[in-house]
Design a protein around this ligand. Sequence first.
Ligand SMILES: O=C(O)C(=O)C[C@]1(C(=O)O)C=C[C@@H](O)C=C1
Length: 119
Amino acid sequence: MSLPHDNFDPAASSLSGQIAPEVMAELLSVRSSIDNFDAALVHLLAERFKATQRVGVLKARYQLPAGDPAREAAQIDRLRALAEDAQLDPAFAEKFLTFIISEVIRNHRAISENHGIDD
Ligand SMILES: O=C(O)C(=O)C[C@]1(C(=O)O)C=C[C@@H](O)C=C1
């Protein structure tokens, strides 16, 4: 079976041949963890978007507004607190959530515009 990331080269680096082999080995070892985290993030995001897709269909069906500012404010407060506990910059956590939610709202609007065509 051929996977879409079959041609991913985990050793790709602009530093190849420019740094000591032991430094490169340590860098590659940490990067292998980063690659696992990035893969997990993609899968987590895919699941989140599957869930918000269902919300989008529900909102379109019942003609509800795409955005829910009170819900977003609660989510942001919660995520900022979680980020602080986890020693992640809360401003970054908020920016990240806001970025995702803006895409979700764009998707909700698209679903609502297409509503009636295929359901
Ligand atoms: O929960 C909702 O109502 C959603 O549409 C999902 C979501 C989110 O991505 O978490 C997106 C837009 C809303 O403003 C609030 C939350």
